[in-house]
Design a binder for this molecule. Sequence first.
Ligand SMILES: Nc1ncnc2c1ncn2[C@@H]1O[C@H](COP(=O)(O)OP(=O)(O)OP(=O)(O)O)[C@@H](O)[C@H]1O
Ligand SMILES: [Mg+2]
Length: 381
Amino acid sequence: MNTEYKILVVDDSDENREMVSELLLAHRFKVDKACNGKEALIKLAATVPDIFLLDVAMPQMGGLELLDKISVKDNAYEAIMMTGNESLNDAKKAMELGAFSYVSKPLQWEEINDHLQRALSLVGVKKERMRHLKALEDEIRKSNKDLQAANQLRASFLSIVAHELRTPITTLMNYLAVLTGPENVEAVNDMKTTCDRLKDLVASLISLADLSSTSIAVRQENTHIPSFVEMLARKFAGKAAENKVAVIIDNLLSESMAAIDPRLLNIALMSLIDNAIKFSKEGGAVHINLKDLPDNGPLSLLISVSDRGCGISERARTHLFESFTQGEEHLTRHFGGLGTGLFLAKRAAEIMGASIEVTSDKGKGSKFTLNIPVPEAACQK
Ligand SMILES: Nc1ncnc2c1ncn2[C@@H]1O[C@H](COP(=O)(O)OP(=O)(O)OP(=O)(O)O)[C@@H](O)[C@H]1O
Ligand SMILES: [Mg+2]
């Protein structure tokens, strides 16, 4: 469709310029005009034509000088020279400077049109190539940005891990130095607590590596849920005692047995219980509530872990389940941790087909609820 293309006619002869322009307009091209090279450059700065139709000899700036400046090879336009017999040599020079072709004056429409259509095909190819290059550049720029963000995240994760590991190692080394002294018992107890902490850190890293895999098989086993949760809570007895927090299990289950993946439920619940104890106030209580829902429709196992601790602000709640994300910096530095617990809990829940909901009041406490669908046939009293 000629109407899509813009031709810039550059000629100092009013008669020739107008005649060519009229012909082009009659064949529905868009047309712009300039009477020498300088004026053509000004027009080029405002809009880029598809084709330059160029006279050779013009005052101020002729066609050859203009050709040299507009660098046809590197742009999505072409130039066709309009030459008289006397300027055939100039036409050859123009071809060396990148002109597409030349047409001889006096101009014949069939001849100009033939050159125009061939030049426009080439312009189409150039535009397509440039679009492709631009898309590639955009993609590379985006990949670089993603890579930078991933690198930044990795750097901040490594710095947190290094910080978390350095503290217990220093403690262990100091205690090793005094192990022969009279305060042995206290030192050994502290070393045990520190080793437990290191063990937890390594367990988090292993879970993180395990759950990062894209295909994880769910292995459901018929499990006595209250015993399973009591066993988990016992693992936190030391930490709960240290923080002076009571852990209470409220069992409202109508069915004690359910088919769940013990490894995944373990990862999810460990993280929720660990947080509830960690962020509780001294003398507080953590409630683990077990319920099943409903009688009509598919059965769901609801396990909620609630505390009356520091709570989570609305702002912090928006990024709560992202990996390596912690809440208020001053609090988390005080409490320690990698910022992976909730990410792991969410990931484990997702793999089980479960969901996690959180409600929290800043300063009053938080409640995390795991909603796990349970296959009906597997449930027994
Ligand atoms: N029960 C809770 N009460 C108050 N804040 C919480 C609670 N649970 C999670 N948070 C907030 O969410 C953040 C992310 O929790 P997450 O378990 O992912 O990391 P973490 O506990 O800081 O470290 P990690 O679990 O790796 O030891 C915490 O740093 C804390 O700010
Ligand atoms: Mg945690």
